[in-house]
Design a protein around this ligand. Structure first.
Ligand SMILES: [Zn+2]
Length: 311
């Protein structure tokens, strides 16, 4: 039976991720001083030999939490000198195969076997210690991968151990962004409310009968504030159009064809053209209404090429 991905990941336990890597410098006072100052560690046993001897030590000792610092390399040294072990690439490849391409460090534990003294030469190796079964987390599905770094002195004695636990997870697909909301006010809200019922309305002056769009409070012809509406048939022609490539808003698909369409009733509105490629659009082509129910709150009219005989 073919082992599943989890079994193949767990088969890496015990494999070496980083071969024995010596520290570039022996344990030394200047590095301790920088660390102690950066961390605000005022314990005199780290910098003052007399104070250290007064505690029964032979001399100053490095702060235990500095363990990792001794074998850390600068970027250039890492780039030019690092030789990752094959298991490191295998681990990454297996995680990639499962789609577990995101990583977040979850915790680190350190154990100290003895204090480090000036002149100690430290080296480190790193192995895969544990790969968890697949877990569901709030970030996504993934595996917790624990690696163990063992720090040794020149005699090969273990002076400290550090465990790194990371979650390697599959990033969940981002939900589709919502379309921008219209700026609703008391003059235009009725129009968008009608859209939600799949009714395309045209505002009409109640005094002179002139149709108008977009909705507004007064008639442009006679200045009357009185109005009612007529319902558009949905038949229209392309008056003009443009194809939007940039800037891109996540809610839309690009290239995005946007047209000024002239309704059979005579008013024009701006709407998306759907069901047609940008190169197929012609000024004057017959189009018909197609509703876009964008989400629970927003329905907007779009237009598609009119089916033969429908206009
Ligand atoms: Zn009027």
């Amino acid at each position: 039976m073919t082992p599943d991905l989890t079994q193949r990941l767990q088969a890496l336990v015990g494999r070496e991720l980083v071969p024995a890597t010596p520290a570039q410098d022996e344990v030394n006072l200047p590095m301790i001083r920088h660390w102690a100052e950066a961390m605000g560690d005022a314990n005199p046993v780290h910098l003052d030999a007399d104070a250290a001897r007064a505690t029964g030590r032979e001399g100053v000792v490095a702060p235990p939490t500095m363990l990792q610092a001794w074998t850390m390399r600068g970027y250039a040294a890492h780039r030019d000198g690092a030789r990752p072990a094959p298991a490191a690439a295998e681990l990454t490849a297996l995680l990639d195969e499962g789609g577990f391409t995101s990583v977040v460090a979850t915790d680190s534990e350190q154990e100290y076997m003895r204090e480090l003294r000036l002149g100690d030469r430290i080296s480190v190796t790193e192995v895969v210690e544990e790969v968890s079964p697949r877990k569901s987390t709030s970030l996504g599905e993934g595996h917790f991968v624990t690696s163990r770094r063992t720090y040794r002195d020149a005699a090969g004695e273990t002076v400290g151990i550090q465990r790194w636990r990371t979650l390697r997870y599959r990033p969940p697909a981002a939900p589709r962004a919502r379309r921008p909301r219209p700026a609703l006010n008391q003059d235009n809200a009725f129009w968008f409310e009608a859209c939600r019922k799949h009714r395309l309305l045209v505002q009409r002056c109640a005094d002179c009968g002139t149709l108008r769009h977009p909705p507004g409070p007064a008639c442009g012809d006679c200045a009357s504030f009185e109005w009612d509406t007529v319902e558009a048939s949905g038949a229209a022609v392309v008056h003009t159009y443009t194809v939007v490539h940039h800037p891109q808003v996540p809610a839309f698909d690009y290239p995005l064809t946007v047209a000024v369409v002239e309704l059979a009733e005579g008013t024009r509105l701006i709407a998306e053209l759907v069901g047609t490629a940008p190169g197929e659009v012609r000024i004057g082509m017959d189009v018909e209404l197609q509703w876009i129910d964008a989400d629970a709150e927003l329905t907007i009219p779009a237009f598609r090429p009119a089916r033969a005989g429908s206009s």
